[in-house]
Design a binder for this molecule. Structure first.
Ligand code: TPP
Ligand code: MG
Length: 551
């Protein structure tokens, strides 16, 4: 059967279990996707078209792949805007498939912007389908990369969407994706080091969530009797009400990173960035690094033992070896859990006070306490924005299940929380899904707010309205570190709850701490009736949160 490339893409996406595609027009494959019955969620700009698909992949930990289409070719306007979304997906290692128009053969090298080198710089692989007959080969390769190894975006550029090929010549068979186990000798070596350590600490990265390895992680923590910290992106991989959970950030995390003599890192690249902890005094610590990506071994810190493979298979093997070596008893219990509790309780005092605050303007921590009161942690999704909401929520928001909270951003691109919350609602229609943002994040998402109304997605946007851009505190306001670039029209000048109400959202403006819970409940009720909600909380400028520990 002879068909055109765009139709072939539509059929293959369906074969691969892709339920819908995120897009911003125009892309030459879109009409064929429509004809083939692939639903499309149309965002209001190309960056969000990528961000929505990216978030869908993250939230489903790669078990469902987000797919995005956007304009490319000689008029790569869409792609130039989509580039921001791709750079973010690449930075955070999200397995999203991006399909765009390729520059047609015969028209290359006409424009200033170099499409090929740009897309290569933000993808795990950039495939240019130079001949219609090669479509199946390229799609097979793309899905193999999306489902195997270190996650990351894959781009397919289609220069000739109308090109014809024989669909039956190389029939398309869906790709399952493959995972690997570490070398058993490496497992033995790692467990020997773990058994000898005085103060081991488990350092959990997002790879644990991608591998679906939370149960195995819990087994290891309990058997090794070791405290656990999670990275921002792994928040929720380990239940945060567990006696061995130390935190994502805060003084207690600082304390354990300093005190430990062995770091068992799993599912993290261990790349010290702006929004992650370094390992202090690393040369005097033993570092065991369990990672899917061999390029992360010895990347920054000297690695004593590396376990290369899928986090779930790795943890299963480590648990078995540790259990065998200790006749099933594990490392001795001692007072580890009591010490974790004491360190956590003392570090959390200042935040718990803020969470109980009855101040006006409202203390932002009081809003977070309200969210924790109102939301069922097992049936909700919360995410942050860049700025104070990230720093404060990652310090105090208790997360019990993977993706009960989405932490994101090795670099955090403002506005992503909206895409993340839409993706969460599509993934879990039965859950309450909440984005917590400041002024800047809200500004980015304004043009896209219409999407939630059009798609009838009952999500809630919580705005911590503090009258300006905080950026990276402390010391950010007025005479602080960005004295010239923090003022915007704040709550005294603009009532955003009226602006957004006019679009059709359920909105409220809340000034009283006692109204936080009731207002949130009303928002969730509107959500249950498929109406999105926006609640503006008039808050104080309160730049207090745990720090990231330096190297
Ligand atoms: C795309 C992008 N550009 C710039 C930044 C830098 N940045 C980080 S936070 C911030 C301002 C945050 O202000 P606001 O949204 O009001 O949050 P607040 O901290 O006041 O709660 C800026 C400009 C960024 N994170 N992302
Ligand atoms: Mg602000």
């Amino acid at each position: 059967m002879t068909i055109d490339v765009a139709t072939g893409i539509g059929r293959i996406l369906k074969q691969e279990g892709i339920e819908w595609v995120s897009t911003f027009p125009v892309c030459r494959v879109n009409n064929a996707l429509g004809r083939e019955g692939v639903p499309m969620v149309m965002m209001r700009d190309d960056r969000y078209a990528v961000a929505l698909a990216d978030a869908y992949s993250r939230i489903n930990a790669g078990s469902k792949i987000g797919v995005s289409t956007f304009q490319g070719g000689v008029n790569a306007a869409g792609m130039q805007v989509a580039f921001a979304g791709m750079a973010q997906a690449f930075e955070d290692g999200s397995p999203v498939l991006c399909i765009t128009d390729g520059v047609p053969i015969g028209e290359t090298e006409n424009s200033q912007f170099d499409v090929t080198s740009s897309l290569k710089s933000v993808s795990k692989w950039y495939g240019y389908v130079d001949k219609p007959d090669r479509l199946h080969e390229f799609m097979r390769r793309a899905f193999t990369m999306l489902r195997s190894g270190s996650p990351g975006p894959v781009v397919l550029a289609i220069p000739d969407a109308d090109g014809l090929y024989d669909e039956t010549a190389d029939p398309y068979i869906p790709v399952k994706g493959w995972k690997s186990l570490p070398n058993p000798a490496d497992v033995t070596a790692a467990v020997e080091l773990l058994v000898k350590a005085q103060d081991p600490l488990i350092y959990v990265g997002e790879g644990v969530i991608y591998a679906g390895a939370s149960a195995e992680l819990k087994q290891l923590a309990e058997l090794a009797n070791a405290p656990v910290i999670s990275t921002l992106k792994a928040k929720g991989a380990f239940p945060e009400n567990h006696p061995l959970f130390v935190g994502v950030r805060g003084d207690q995390v600082d304390h354990y990173l300093n005190k430990s003599d062995l770091i068992f890192a799993v599912g993290s690249s261990l790349s010290p960035g702006r929004f992650s902890h370094g390992i202090p005094n690393a040369v005097n610590k033993t570092i065991i690094h369990a990672t899917v990506d061999e390029l992360h071994v010895n990347k920054v810190y000297p690695t004593a033992a590396a376990l290369i493979g899928d986090a779930r298979f790795t943890l299963t093997a480590v648990v078995k070896e540790l259990s065998d070596k200790t006749s099933g008893h594990g490392r001795s219990a001692g007072k580890v859990a009591a010490e974790v509790k004491a360190a956590r309780d003392s570090a959390m005092v200042q935040y718990r006070e803020a969470m109980a605050s009855i101040d006006r303007p409202i203390n932002p921590y009081r809003v977070y306490a309200g969210l924790m009161e109102v939301l069922d942690p097992l049936k909700s999704f919360v995410t942050h924005e860049s700025g104070n909401t990230r720093d404060q929520l990652s310090t105090v928001y208790d997360t019990l299940i993977p993706r009960g909270f989405l932490g994101w951003g090795n670099v955090s691109s403002l506005g992503f929380s909206f895409a993340a919350t839409i993706a969460a609602k599509i993934s879990f229609p039965e859950k309450h899904c909440v984005a917590v943002t400041g002024e800047a994040g809200l500004g980015y998402m304004m043009g896209n707010l219409e999407v939630a109304l059009r798609q009838k997605l009952g999500i809630t946007i919580v705005h911590v309205s503090n009258g300006g851009f905080a950026g990276y505190g402390p010391g950010f306001w007025g005479d602080g570190h960005d004295p010239f670039t923090h003022k915007v029209l704040g709550y005294d000048e603009v009532d955003m709850s009226r602006v957004i109400a006019a679009m059709g959202y359920h909105t409220e403006r809340v000034t009283e701490p006692s109204e936080i819970g009731p207002a949130l409940k009303r928002a969730l009720e509107a959500n249950d009736a498929s109406q999105p909600a926006y609640i503006e909380f008039i808050c104080s400028q309160y730049p207090i949160y745990g720090r990231w520990v330096g190297r």
